[in-house]
Design a protein around this ligand. Structure first.
Ligand SMILES: Cc1cc2nc3c(=O)[nH]c(=O)nc-3n(C[C@H](O)[C@H](O)[C@H](O)COP(=O)(O)O)c2cc1C
Ligand SMILES: [Fe+2]
Ligand SMILES: [Fe+2]
Length: 392
């Protein structure tokens, strides 16, 4: 339990146990499930934690509340990493009123069964806790349909569900004023790219809605509480949600026997020789797609290479392409290269990918049959240079 503003407390937990978020995305540095208490004349809890962490969560609640009870549970997001403790919570506080929009309440009943005490809210409605007045702003599809933001007008706190969230457990502190968050922005971007990146348009609508508010503190359901870094995190979200990436390139390749890898090295060399310093090279078999996607949100050029495999794309390259396509990445330029032994499809497939996804293809895909020749190496470097020129 930690006080983060007058009457506002952090009661979330760290998950340093699960290797994968959503049983899918690596979280080597863990993740936090954040929950917040507003202790006023009445007590409101904002979101809960993943069910497995309920005992730790309840001891924090007891510590913070003593004999007092939770009067309201505000549910900003129903995904079970935040609603998972609700059944146990209702056993502990049977009179607790669950606050949510119509979609929230119906989803909660679908997951957990009948809820006796509910309070349905709509856009602009508020809950008066005594001193604190909490107003509700719908944020549909950031990243689920029921998501809403709750804004405590009294303390200027925006409870933002998964928006502004980050991977990475909280190491001893909660707010960005007590933690060194400088190393955390990469994990904040990887979280955005993995979880929210598909919904840039909806993120922008939600940001616009809350932009007139005086926000002193952003309380996401994952990662640190943003206070002094609010301008920075807002600026990052503005850039990511509009797919405005910076001058740099991601080169992502698959390779079984090293030919495509060598091509990737040449493309990277060409980029750097042409003056682009921000170049990330990833072997798709070794780097989880979430890290590559994160850099796709960071850099404006994506160059993909792979061998022709069973007359199609190499499996990990294919899954990267699928992940990029799912995110609806905009404003990007695209380069392609690949290796084959008797009949190549990579050039054609990647050219089609660029066209289907609104990415401007730079030059022609470089295709290598069997061994790499000095001429092909030069073509790869020229591809790098062409991408650099297109970035200028
Ligand atoms: C399982 C398997 C399937 C392949 N399928 C094709 C194919 O359909 N067409 C082709 O031209 N080459 C095919 N190849 C040959 C690869 O293109 C060749 O192994 C090449 O060296 C792969 O590039 P790399 O050195 O970057 O791994 C296949 C290779 C393997 C191992
Ligand atoms: Fe979520
Ligand atoms: Fe979440």
């Amino acid at each position: 339990m930690k006080k983060i503003a007058e009457d506002v407390f952090y009661v979330g937990v760290n998950d340093r146990v699960s290797p994968l978020f959503e049983n899918y995305i690596p979280i080597p540095e863990g993740v936090s499930y954040n929950s917040y208490l507003i202790k006023d004349e009445t007590v409101a809890l904002v979101d809960t934690v993943e069910a497995g962490f309920a005992p730790e969560f309840f001891s924090k609640l007891d510590d913070c509340l003593g004999e007092r009870k939770v009067d309201y549970l505000i549910v900003d997001h129903v995904e079970p990493d935040h609603s998972g403790s609700i059944v146990q919570l209702l056993m502990k506080y049977p009179k607790m009123v669950v606050v949510g929009n119509a979609r929230t309440l119906s989803m909660l009943e679908g997951f957990y069964g009948y809820l006796e005490n509910t309070y349905e809210v709509k856009e602009g409605d508020y809950l008066n806790l005594g001193k604190h007045v909490v107003r509700f702003y719908m944020a549909p599809m950031v990243h689920w349909p029921e998501v809403m933001f709750s804004y405590d007008e009294t303390s200027g706190t925006l409870f933002s569900a998964d928006a502004f969230g980050s991977f990475g457990a909280l190491n001893g502190g909660v707010t960005d004023t007590e933690l060194d968050v400088s190393g955390l922005y990469g994990e904040t971007r990887r979280y955005y790219a993995s979880i929210i990146g598909k919904y840039g348009t909806q993120v922008r609508l939600a940001l616009k809605k809350v932009s007139p508010l005086k926000i002193n503190m952003i309380c996401s359901t994952h990662g640190p509480v943003w206070k002094e870094a609010i301008p920075k995190i807002m600026e990052l979200y503005d850039g990511w949600s509009s797919y405005n990436a910076s001058r740099g390139a991601v080169i992502a390749y698959g390779s079984m026997y090293g030919h495509t890898r060598e091509m990737a090295e040449e493309v990277a060399r060409g980029l750097v020789e042409a003056g682009v310093r921000s170049v990330s090279v990833y072997d798709v078999s070794h780097t989880d797609v979430s890290y590559i996607l994160s850099d796709v949100f960071r850099y404006r050029a994506l160059v993909v290479g792979g061998p022709t495999y069973m007359n199609g794309m190499y499996p990990y390259v294919e899954s990267l392409l699928e992940a990029v396509a799912h995110r609806g990445i905009k404003n990007h330029i695209f380069g392609a290269f690949g290796e084959f032994s008797w009949g190549g499809v990579v050039g054609k497939t990647l050219r089609q990918f660029a066209a289907d996804n609104g990415m401007a293809l730079v030059g022609e895909p470089v295709e290598c049959k069997q061994g790499l020749t000095p001429g092909l190496r030069e073509q790869c470097r020229m591809l790098g240079k062409a991408v650099a020129d297109a970035l200028a």
